[in-house]
Design a protein around this ligand. Structure first.
Ligand code: SF4
Length: 200
């Protein structure tokens, strides 16, 4: 896909992004009935990836303003608990830049009445926080700092729950709620200020 950029407010750069699919009534990816957006593009290359097509940034359809409007309208009914972003990798740097303006619209329209869940193959402390993840004893071969962009902190500030970590086939466990492998964590960023696991 040809990728272009234009300057927006708050220091963010809007980028083009494709999305693989959209579910407007999803009960599998977070608490309650949700609208789930599967974005395209992921460089984690987890062995046994459940969504290999969506690893390509060119897969799917362009994430346009009209798609944003459709998602926001789908979120409106009271029975919809919130929005889930997964993929693909929502925290790929270019995807962060494409999603940040949309998430501002999401929060402007719904405030705190809807929750935002993000699924990422990144490890929260290691890849997404400014401080080093060495303190928690996790080492991956990814060049960790490349995940942090000018909008990473803003996106995390708008996120209620982060499901983090790569899919590890050896740790696959189909009994886990909302996760594929046992290394992945459900982190309540709002409830625990990023410090704790989501209540079971
Ligand atoms: S993070 Fe998800 S989409 Fe990306 S390779 Fe791993 S399982 Fe596949």
């Amino acid at each position: 896909m040809h990728r272009t950029a234009s300057r927006l407010g708050r220091g963010a750069t809007k980028r083009e992004m494709n999305y693989a699919s959209l579910r407007t009534c999803d009960i599998a990816n977070g608490e309650g009935v949700r609208v789930s957006l599967f974005v395209s593009g992921c460089t984690h290359k987890c062995k046994g990836c459940f969504n290999q097509d969506a690893q390509s940034f060119a897969y799917g359809e362009p994430f346009t303003r009209e798609v944003e409007d459709r998602i926001l309208d789908a979120l409106a009914p009271d029975y919809i608990a919130g929005l889930t972003l997964l993929g693909g990798e929502p925290m790929e740097p270019d995807n962060q830049r494409a999603l940040a303006p949309f998430l501002r619209r999401f929060r402007e329209r719904f405030g705190a009445t809807k929750t935002l869940w993000i699924y990422t193959g990144c490890v929260y402390e290691l890849d997404l926080l400014p401080s080093s993840g060495e303190a928690i004893g996790i080492e991956y071969s990814t060049p960790h700092r490349r995940w942090r962009t000018e909008v990473t902190d803003e996106i995390l500030s708008m996120t209620d729950v982060l499901v983090d970590g790569p899919f590890v086939e050896a740790l696959k466990d189909i009994s886990l709620r909302f996760r594929g492998s046992s290394n992945q964590r459900i982190i309540a960023l709002k409830k625990c200020d990023g410090a704790g696991e989501y209540p079971a």
